[in-house]
Design a protein around this ligand. Structure first.
Ligand code: PEP
Ligand code: MG
Length: 324
């Protein structure tokens, strides 16, 4: 462990000139929450709940889920917790759902697209999340949203579950709804759904894949799958502008969030939080502390004018050399 980073495990994410950007952690099992907080996470920015469902011969019960979500909010002790609803299908099968084989699983029947067919299962997850919110605030995040109807549907289902729980005499705390931005169409519907949700988080892994029409796991086209492509950076900037204009909190939880090169760009775009695997938090926070927000704004302008991702990298590397 690098001793120089120890101080950055307890501070908050802030630039040299005082612009805040919180560093949250991505987790995949409940137990990881406590470890993440011990490493300096200012919140949980993405709890991928798939493992809960994939580890079992059948779907976990509402009570089993409630206990795990409760454990995470208790570990958070008042810090922000964003829990993502089930993101399966396509490349992530579930034996007990009997999903069809597909020719294009990444473009197929996955995540929120499957929710209406498996409504009872999704209701059990939403109910467990709402019940756990009684022990600490929960932000519920929906994956792979690609149109307005999906948001409307899930918004109504959340409120229906909340009303049902209240009628049953169960207590519910503060909860909010948000979506992942992973499908490029989001840029053009964010404003229209802004009264139904409170926040968005960029899933840069999938967003890059769909923006570049490039399978995120195919090594033959690895050089195309690049979040530092200048077109992608300009696209991300436009999403950020739209999200802010629509009054939505803005985060990012894909791999791009842990890339030191992307850090000054995300800061310039006004991200409220970036979420990454917890071992990298202290390092990135130490880097954030030496940045100047105005210099980052200039860098962003310069970077989007470049032609290639390699030129973008050169430009960012030269920028970092000038920081002290
Ligand atoms: C993403 O797509 O960037 C993301 C965070 O979701 P996942 O990697 O789980 O698809
Ligand atoms: Mg994704």
């Amino acid at each position: 462990k690098n001793d120089l980073l120890v101080p950055f495990m307890t501070t908050k994410g802030i630039t040299k000139d005082g612009q805040s950007m919180a560093l949250y952690a991505n987790i995949a099992v409940g137990l990881e929450a406590e470890i993440a907080f011990s490493r300096g996470a200012e919140g949980i920015g993405l709890f991928r709940t798939e493992m809960l469902f994939m580890d079992h011969p059948q779907a976990p019960t509402e009570q089993e889920q409630f206990e795990i979500y409760s454990e995470v909010v208790k570990a958070a002790n008042g810090k922000k917790v964003i829990i993502r609803t089930l993101d399966i299908g396509g490349d992530k099968p579930l034996a007990y759902l009997d999903l069809p084989q597909e020719e294009n699983p990444f473009l197929g029947y996955r995540a929120v697209r499957m929710y209406p067919q498996y409504q009872a299962m999704i209701e059990s997850q939403l109910r467990a999340l709402l019940r756990a919110s009684a022990l600490g605030d929960i932000d519920i995040m929906i994956p792979m949203v690609s149109c307005v109807e999906e948001v409307k549907w899930i918004y109504q289902l959340c409120h229906q579950c909340a009303e049902q729980l209240t009628m049953e005499g169960q207590s519910i705390g503060k909860w909010r709804l948000g979506i992942m931005v992973e499908v490029p169409s989001a840029l053009y519907f964010l404003e229209k759904i802004s009264s139904w949700i409170d926040f968005v988080s960029i899933g840069s892994n999938d967003l890059t894949q769909y923006f570049m029409a490039c399978d995120r796991g195919n090594i033959k086209i690895k050089s195309l799958y690049d979040s530092l492509n200048p077109g992608f950076i300009a696209f991300l900037r436009d999403i950020a502008v739209t999200a802010k204009r629509s009054g939505l909190e803005l985060g990012i939880c894909g791999e791009m969030a842990s890339d030191r090169r992307a850090l000054p760009l995300l800061l310039a775009m006004g991200f409220d939080e970036i979420s990454l695997s917890s071992p990298n938090i202290a390092m990135l926070r130490s880097q954030l502390h030496i940045l100047d927000s105005e210099a980052c704004q200039c860098l962003l302008v310069e970077v989007v004018s470049k032609e290639t991702a390699d030129e973008v990298r050169e430009c960012i590397d030269a920028f970092w050399q000038q920081q002290s």
